[in-house]
Design a protein around this ligand. Structure first.
Ligand SMILES: [Ca+2]
Length: 245
């Protein structure tokens, strides 16, 4: 069974699309109606068949949950991902927004690109640009979200997130190249081009703050560094220079 858990924004968009697909008259949609609707995505029919195959979980009708999964798959395909059996897992956290269907207006305008689910729930963005924070320390509930993201990322044999994978991951935040460069410079404390967990936590938190409109610091705040090191289960992963603080 494979299901996608949409972010709140995606959920709104998917619900709207479900209503559009069923004309609000049914709590499920059958294969032929679904394909008729899916066609408006502009994707090739073989891709749509794959979408149906994965999302329907072998059922003849799709309820909202299966439909949401289909919407995720279509959005991924529209963003250039190749749909396969493992696509939901391999794209966990990927930011693609809601799928687009010709002739169907999406009432929810999700910020494009959206943030990965864990980032989205970690902190609600305030409507206005935030002032400089009084502390850069990572609140524990946000930290838990960041760690979850970390756990889902592929690592090299040393347990490190490689630079190119980190770059691809942080690019999904939708932040500008300049911001991402600053995040990387501050977060790769060890300067080895890879990220350990502590460095990842720093990178995540800086990215979240930048998303909230906070100006990033020019050097790494000590309270951020300290909070990233705290509660590490495997302190041996911390680069040596961390241990002097
Ligand atoms: Ca590093």
């Amino acid at each position: 069974m494979s299901y996608y858990s949409p972010t709140p924004e995606e959920n709104e968009a998917y619900k709207h699309l479900f209503t559009a697909a069923t004309r609000g008259q049914s709590s499920s949609i059958g294969g032929s109606d679904a394909v008729k609707f899916f066609i408006a995505s502009g994707l090739p029919v073989p891709v749509l068949k794959q979408v149906w195959g994965i999302a329907s979980n072998g059922q003849k009708e799709m309820g909202p949950r299966e439909f949401s999964t289909a919407m995720r798959l279509i959005a991924l395909a529209q963003n250039g991902y190749t749909i396969d059996e493992n696509i939901l897992r391999s794209t966990e956290g990927a930011v693609v927004g809601a799928p687009k269907f010709q002739g169907i207006e999406n009432p929810v305008t999700p910020p494009t690109p959206q943030v990965p689910p864990a980032m989205a729930t970690a902190t609600p963005s305030p409507p206005m640009a935030a002032a400089s924070p009084t502390t850069w320390a990572i609140p524990s509930e946000q930290r838990a979200g960041y760690e979850k993201l970390w756990n889902n990322l592929g690592k090299n044999p040393q347990g490190l997130l490689e630079g190119k994978d980190a770059a691809a991951f942080f690019a999904k935040s939708g932040q500008s190249r300049d911001v991402l460069r600053t995040v990387w410079q501050l977060a790769d404390v060890g300067g080895d081009g890879n990220m350990d967990l502590a460095e990842f936590l720093i990178g995540m938190h800086l990215t979240m703050m930048a998303k909230k409109g906070v100006q990033l610091p020019s050097s790494l705040p000590q309270d951020l560094l300290r909070s990233a090191q705290r509660h590490l289960r495997n302190p041996r992963r911390i680069p040596q220079h961390f241990q002097h603080r």
